[in-house]
Write a protein that binds this ligand. Structure first.
Ligand code: SF4
Ligand code: SF4
Length: 397
């Protein structure tokens, strides 16, 4: 049910997250709004939002739709001096209120409807989830047919399963698992969207539905740990699914491959591109203090001849690709409101760092950054590759 006053809304925020009570301690310093990649275009970036709530102007807040520019990047929460849980608490709770009130851009409504109806935001048939394994040189067991315990349950994710560009990354990771002799399996048609991005649009009910289906499907099988290439899936599986009964370790491939580093390193025989920079995904880094900053860099530095250079915003200061918090499904809305794309800023930063390749580690990023290379007129000057694609090139040539 929607709330009517600022005070009722603040109560909801306080109950939404541990440490929610900290919101009362806001210093109005504005650091959050300053670091926000879309703060310049939001009518109520975090500091102004809290000020409006203190002035009991919740009505004004609900009349503005620019909260949908928030890409749930955790930049504001990570710099707040009093550690207010802004992204998971204040902003996600406001988005829930907007959804309840029916104030939702059409693009987002479509993606959420697809997630509910098909179990994936792209609106693809669930039966086609494992189609990327067809006519593929590497055997990829689907657990329902495999009927044997595996060491690793690989949660492939929506974009890794369906998006043609990201399927290339998925196949590259399968090749690495094969060459490392990892006993793995996938859920195939039993997998649903991890629900993380839906949750950060405020749709926690949909998240619960998807997460319960995934948890039930996974717990039918015998496996020791969960692997994913998707930082959003990693975040949800690690921090939200345990309360639904999932009790296995969850690893992004950057962690998993560094754990297998002694076996991987001797296989990296072919020289890589000379100058590579790495974009830290929000959900491997800042979100929930996941802090996976060094593992991706360790993998890249292991590629012979590769010179890793840093962009001006790196690690905890990385700028979001704009795909989180539903941004992946709101590109038209964001352009209309902000007339700016964070991916284009990032491409310019990568080129300023002298990079020939922008390395990424999130399925949202390859297509988003490739589009930005084109829209900034830099085709031929910068390639976008997932880390696993660079590793496969180093192994197989
Ligand atoms: S950074 Fe924290 S303390 Fe400063 S204005 Fe934002 S929410 Fe308030
Ligand atoms: S989570 Fe990111 S996009 Fe959203 S308000 Fe905070 S800094 Fe801005």
């Amino acid at each position: 049910m929607s709330v009517a006053t600022s005070y009722e809304f603040l109560d909801k925020v306080i109950h939404a997250t541990p440490d929610g009570e900290e919101i009362r301690k806001c210093l109005q310093c504005g650091t959050c709004s300053g670091v926000c990649p879309y703060g310049f275009a939001m009518e109520y970036p975090p500091r102004s939002l809290i000020a409006a709530l203190r002035a009991d102007d919740f009505h004004g807040v609900l009349e503005s739709d620019t909260i949908w520019l928030c890409v749930s990047c955790f930049a504001c929460a990570s710099v707040c001096p009093v550690k207010i849980p802004l992204t998971r608490g204040l902003l996600a709770t406001l988005k829930t209120e907007m959804l309840v009130g029916g104030s939702i851009p059409q693009e987002l409504q479509t993606a959420l409807g697809n997630s509910r109806r098909y179990g994936n935001s792209l609106g693809e048939s669930p039966r086609k989830r494992a189609d990327w394994t067809k006519d593929f040189t590497v055997p990829v067991p689907v657990l329902a047919a495999h009927k044997k315990p595996v060491d690793v349950l690989w949660f492939v994710g929506d974009y890794g399963s369906y998006h043609p560009r990201v399927q290339q990354v998925t196949r590259a990771l399968a090749k690495l698992l094969f060459v490392l002799d990892v006993k793995f399996g996938i859920l195939g048609a039993e997998e649903n969207s991890d629900g993380d991005t839906q949750a950060f649009t405020g749709e926690w009910g949909l998240f619960e539905l998807l997460a319960r289906k995934n948890t039930q499907a996974m717990l039918k099988y015998q496996f020791a740990e969960i692997l994913t290439a998707d930082p959003h899936a990693f975040n949800a599986l690690k921090h939200e699914y345990p309360r639904l009964g999932l009790d296995r370790p969850v690893k992004h491939y950057a962690q998993f491959l560094t754990e297998h580093f002694e076996r991987l390193r001797p296989l990296l025989q072919n020289r890589g591109p000379q100058r590579v920079t790495y974009h830290d995904p929000c959900y491997l880094g800042r979100a929930n203090d996941n802090n996976l900053y060094e593992e991706p860099r360790q993998l890249l530095r292991a590629i012979p001849g590769l010179d890793l250079v840093e962009m001006s915003h790196n690690r905890a200061l990385s700028i979001c690709c704009g795909g989180g918090g539903g941004g992946m499904w709101l590109d038209g809305f964001s352009w209309e409101k902000a007339h700016a794309r964070t991916t284009e800023w990032r491409v310019k930063e990568a080129l300023a760092a002298g990079a020939q390749v922008l390395a990424v580690a999130c399925p949202y990023e390859t297509p988003r950054f490739e589009d930005a290379v084109k829209s900034t007129g830099n085709e031929g000057k910068l390639k976008v590759k997932d880390i696993v694609e660079l590793l496969v090139e180093a192994v197989f040539g």
